[in-house]
Design a protein around this ligand. Structure first.
Ligand SMILES: O=P(O)(O)O[C@@H]1C[C@H](O)[C@@H](CO)O1
Ligand SMILES: Nc1nc2[nH]cnc2c(=O)[nH]1
Length: 355
C-alpha cells in the first residue's frame, strides 16, 4: 500500500507519531479521525511499532515522506557531483536569486534533475541548487524556494534544509521578500529577523509534524533562540560599515499561507500582535534548521508597505516585490557576502580550532 493512499485516507503523517504505531500496513477502510477509544485504534495500540521509521522507509514510496536515508541519498547525489564542501547554506527569496551571480566556480543542479526534489513554480525563483564560493568561502545556495501555497506540504518545502545539513552545512542564511507592517518601514528596507510568529503553526501545520527522527533533532525543539543573536549583531555592524544602517531594521516576521496578500483587517490584527513584516515563507525553513541544530541568520527585504487603510487604491503585487529586489540587488549581494565572511572567520574558524 502506498503512503500516498494512507495520507489521503486518514491524514496519517499528522497522527502516526503521536500514536507511535505501526499503522502503515493497516486496512484503510477506517475512520478519518483517529479516536483512541474506537475499535480500530485499540487494535493499532496493541501492535506498537518499535521502528516506525524503518516501516516508512520500507514502503518505498519516497514521494510522500523523506526518511533520513532518503535525504542522505540526495545529499550523496550532490556530493558525488562536486568537490565543494560548504558549511554555509543560503536560501534566496522572491526576486533575490541574483545573489547567485556573485558565486564563483559554481556548480548548479536544477531542481528537476535532483532525485526526489520538488520543482519551483513561482516567478522570481529560478529553481536550482548552486554550489560555489562567496569571496572564497564555500557555500551552497537555493536559488528559489518552495512555498506552501504552491501545493507542497511544509515538510517537503523545507526538505532541502535537511539536505544541506547532511551535506555538512552548519549555518543557514535565509532571505525573503515581505510586506512592511511597521509604519516606520519603507519599501527597500532590510529587516533582520529577530523572531517570527508562525501563523501556519497556530493552525496546526508545521514541517516537523509526523515521525520524528532523532538523527535530525529532538521531538520538541526550542525556538526561543531561533535567530542567532551574535549573527544579528554582526550583521548590524556590517550594515554600519557598508553605510546602509539607515535602512536596516530588526523586527518580527509573521508567516501566512498565501498566495493572496492580506486584507486590511488581517494586517491590522497582525500589527496588534507585534508583527513588523509579513510574508509567505522562511519560517518552515527556520524551524527545520533549528531542529537540526543549525545557526540561522535571516532577513526580509521589505518590498512593499502594507496597505492598511480602506481609502487607499494601492494594491500589493508580486511584480513590485521583484522590482524592489532588483533595486537592492547590489546591497544584498554585498551584505550576504560579508555575513558569509564573518561566519567563516569567526564561527567556522573557532569550531575548527575546537572541534
Ligand atoms: O519566497 P519569498 O517569501 O521571498 O516570497 C514572497 C512571498 C511570496 O512568495 C511572494 C509574494 O510576492 O514573495
Ligand atoms: N504575505 C505577504 N507576503 C509578501 N511578500 C512580499 N510582500 C508581501 C506582503 O505584503 N504580504
Amino acid at each position: 500500500m502506498s503512503l500516498q493512499k494512507l495520507n489521503n485516507d486518514f491524514n496519517v503523517h499528522r497522527s502516526i507519531d503521536c500514536l507511535n504505531l505501526n499503522i502503515l500496513k493497516e486496512n484503510t477502510n477506517s475512520p478519518p479521525v483517529i479516536n483512541k477509544n474506537n475499535r480500530f485504534t485499540k487494535n493499532l495500540l496493541k501492535r506498537r511499532s518499535s521502528n516506525l521509521i524503518a516501516d516508512l522507509a520500507s514502503i518505498g514510496n519516497h514521494e510522500n515522506f523523506y526518511t533520513y536515508e532518503l535525504i542522505q541519498q540526495i545529499a550523496q547525489y550532490l556530493l558525488d557531483r562536486t568537490n565543494i564542501r560548504p558549511k554555509i547554506g543560503i536560501i534566496c527569496g522572491s526576486g533575490l536569486g541574483n545573489l547567485a551571480d556573485v558565486i564563483t566556480d559554481s556548480v548548479s543542479f536544477p531542481y528537476h534533475e535532483i532525485p526526489h526534489f520538488p520543482v519551483s513554480t513561482v516567478a522570481g525563483h529560478v529553481g536550482r541548487l548552486v554550489f560555489g564560493y562567496l569571496d572564497g568561502v564555500p557555500i551552497m545556495c537555493m536559488q528559489g524556494r518552495f512555498h506552501y501555497y504552491e501545493g507542497y506540504p511544509l515538510w517537503k518545502c523545507s526538505m532541502p534544509v535537511r539536505v544541506m545539513k547532511l551535506v555538512g552545512v552548519s549555518h543557514l542564511i535565509v532571505t525573503n521578500a515581505a510586506g512592511g507592517l511597521n509604519p516606520k518601514y519603507r519599501a527597500g528596507d532590510i529587516m533582520i529577523m529577530k523572531d517570527h510568529i508562525n501563523f501556519l503553526g497556530f493552525a496546526g501545520n508545521n514541517p516537523l509534524q509526523g515521525v520524528n527522527d532523532e538523527r535530525f533533532g529532538p521531538r520538541f525543539p526550542a525556538m526561543n533562540r531561533a535567530y542567532n543573536a551574535s549573527l544579528r549583531k554582526a550583521a548590524h555592524k556590517i550594515a554600519k560599515e557598508m553605510g546602509i544602517d539607515k535602512f536596516v531594521r530588526e523586527g518580527v516576521y509573521a508567516v501566512l499561507g498565501g498566495p493572496n496578500f492580506e486584507t486590511i483587517a488581517e494586517l491590522r490584527m497582525l500589527r496588534v500582535c507585534g508583527v513588523d513584516a509579513v510574508g509567505m515563507s522562511t519560517v518552515h525553513e527556520v524551524l527545520t534548521a533549528q531542529h537540526c541544530d543549525m545557526k540561522v541568520f535571516a532577513f526580509s527585504l521589505i518590498t512593499n508597505k502594507c496597505v492598511m487603510d480602506y481609502e487607499s487604491m494601492a494594491e500589493a503585487n508580486h511584480e513590485e516585490n521583484i522590482d524592489t529586489g532588483l533595486m537592492r540587488e547590489g546591497v544584498i549581494k554585498k551584505l550576504v557576502t560579508k555575513v558569509v565572511g564573518h561566519i567563516s572567520n569567526h564561527d567556522l574558524a573557532m569550531s575548527s580550532k575546537n572541534p
